[in-house]
Design a protein around this ligand. Structure first.
Ligand code: F3S
Length: 284
């Protein structure tokens, strides 16, 4: 029996950094409340564990405005400039765990908007990362993610346009939208700000799934990157299972297999992955 665990399974660099930051704050805490602005990651287990340690999740700007003291941790997705301004005006301590790759996009759009350029963010307008980026891009900013939206885009000729992408956006789709915009003969500067952590995880999962008898994908049921991983693995291996924790895995279901592959979404903690890995090893 062979168990192959994907090297890229679990937290990416930015998420790991953000989660570690919260645990460090809990350790150093001097009896002041600790908040995260939004759940630190899309993983119920981790969020519950942190809640038990006293970390409070703020879910709206209104809740931010009611704070009087304590520390607010900004998660890896980052936030709009306005959020920093609000917290600073109330003298609330900010611990910034924005992923450096996202922070870089904030700096790009801020710099380009300050010299009068229009900003285009290619990404999902509902996603908190995109909303954060938008909040650094000044007044002339548009967000879109479909071909139709790119085709309908117009601005005054001669105006410079700076195009960036949500870090998890699909590269081929980004390229397609950029090509549509370039054909309009605007003066565009394109900055490919897609992070390849997601792509690497997907590529590795697919190549493992192609060679094993059964594949296990671990992640929160609400995590869209885990759902995507599951789809990719299932296409390559019919015998693929989507679980949140070891408790969801029916080992009898796996049947008689010789090789099992394991991967996990970007918000799955290492201890959950290891627990599954160790149990699969023991059973077979
Ligand atoms: Fe950062 Fe890339 Fe993860 S942008 S949060 S390292 S997916």
């Amino acid at each position: 029996m062979k168990v192959i665990k994907a090297k890229s399974a679990g937290f990416c660099f930015g998420v790991k950094r953000a989660v570690d930051t919260v645990y460090e704050q809990v350790k150093e805490n001097q009896n002041l409340p600790i908040y995260t602005y939004g759940p630190i990651i899309h993983n119920e287990e981790v969020v519950k564990d942190l809640e038990q340690k006293g970390v409070i999740v703020l879910r709206s700007e209104e809740e931010l405005d009611t704070l009087e003291r304590g520390t607010v941790i900004i998660r890896s997705h980052g936030v709009a400039k306005d959020v920093y301004d609000r917290l600073e005006s109330k003298k609330i301590q900010i611990v910034d765990a924005t992923c450096p790759f996202v922070k870089k996009i904030h700096n790009i759009v801020q710099k380009h908007s300050e010299v009068g350029e229009n900003i285009i963010i290619i990404g999902n307008p509902e996603h908190p990362e995109v909303q954060g980026i938008k909040g650094w891009a000044g007044d002339h900013v548009e967000v879109f993610q479909t071909k139709e939206e790119a085709e309908n885009y117009s601005c005054e000729q001669g105006k410079k346009i700076c195009i960036v992408a949500q870090t998890t956006f699909n590269y081929n789709k980004f390229k397609e939208l950029v090509e549509i915009l370039e054909k309009k003969s605007y003066d565009v500067s394109v900055l490919n700000t897609i992070c390849n952590a997601t792509k690497e995880r997907q590529t590795e999962a697919q190549s493992i799934a192609e060679t094993v008898d059964a594949m296990i994908v671990i992640g929160d049921k609400h995590s869209s990157n885990t759902q995507k991983l599951f789809e990719i693995c299932r296409k390559a291996c019919n015998n693929t299972y989507y679980i949140q924790t070891l408790g969801d895995l029916d080992l009898n279901q796996l049947g008689s297999v010789e090789t099992v592959g394991i991967t996990a979404g970007a918000s799955t903690p290492n201890n959950i992955i290891e627990e599954v890995q160790n149990n699969v090893r023991i059973i077979f």
